[in-house]
Ligand binder design. Sequence first.
Ligand SMILES: [Zn+2]
Length: 382
Amino acid sequence: MKHLIAQLDHSLDWSTLPTLAQAVVEQAIAIQQIPAPTFQELRRAEYVATRFAALGLTQVDTDDRYNAYGLLPGKHRGVPGVMISAHTDTVFPADANLAARAEVGIIHGPGLGDNSIGVAGMLGLANYLQQQILPGCDFWFVATSREEGMGDLGGMKAAFNRLKARINTVINVEGMALGHVYRAGIAVRRLHITATAEGGHSWLNFGRSSAIHGIVELGARITTIRPVQSPRTTYNIGMIEGGQSINTIATQAGLWLDLRSEDSAGLAQLEREVMAHVQAVTRPDLAFGVEVVGDRPAGTIAPEHPLVQGALAALAQVGIQGMLESGSTDANVPLAAGYPAVTIGITRGGNAHRLDEYIETAPVADGLRQLILLALAAANGQ
Ligand SMILES: [Zn+2]
């Protein structure tokens, strides 16, 4: 892999790379200016689709999940292709102030790093391939929806289902992950646990069951769970809600629980412990309901896999020592289905999911070169 990457690097024409990197940064800002909360990615998807069409991709399309698709036909049409993906959705509400601000070497803008620069990097790759080299196999470019928050990878699940018969490799782009190679998708389960109780007046009906007391008792029990450290397994009660007024015994309450593990069995064990606590909190007229509101499958490929080795070699070729990672990204979906997939970055940045999010502009050229090298190496492996 190292050899192939080095060979590709020497044979390609990089004279246009600085211009391309500049265009990718400008493209990222244009994408970032379009609001795209999870489940409301339509406008951004339509914009990306027009960019796909402008770059000369074929079969340009959007679907009912607000994914945008484009195809770059390769030299060999019959062989399985490569899917390049980047998510469009952001954690910011539709009315957030999306003003971008440039300083020396960095640009601030909510969602710019996660993941407008990732989507722009994907467009940069399509642009480069169109101009410079016909790849060995088909390339499917997909801007996916529903990666953040409660999206549950719904965009990637639909896109992968649609393309899985036509591809055998996925390269997913997360804007600020330059230097990192995600080769393992952690398993995530999310539960909304609700309590209902008879309720009443805080003074007159004292002693009746309260939905809030039930939820906090359950929450206190959950926080005593000590999950195994290897494989790494975690939980978080991210939100609680409920009640009517300070002097009302609550009839309704709920908590939102995020469970994660590097391994599906570890996650299942953690969920069983949570459910045992749900069953252990018993009061007259108190009832719990458990709804699964998120389910991201786990999957992994070996560090020795050519795609992982290719990703590390592509980074090394641009002078960056890559680090292997596990995490929850769009690549979970193909990994869980047994397809080789990695998530890589385009640049560095910080303050993801905050209004003061920023990206560095200088690394973008190296990030692009790395993406181009890996994509072509993956296509060469056909
Ligand atoms: Zn992201």
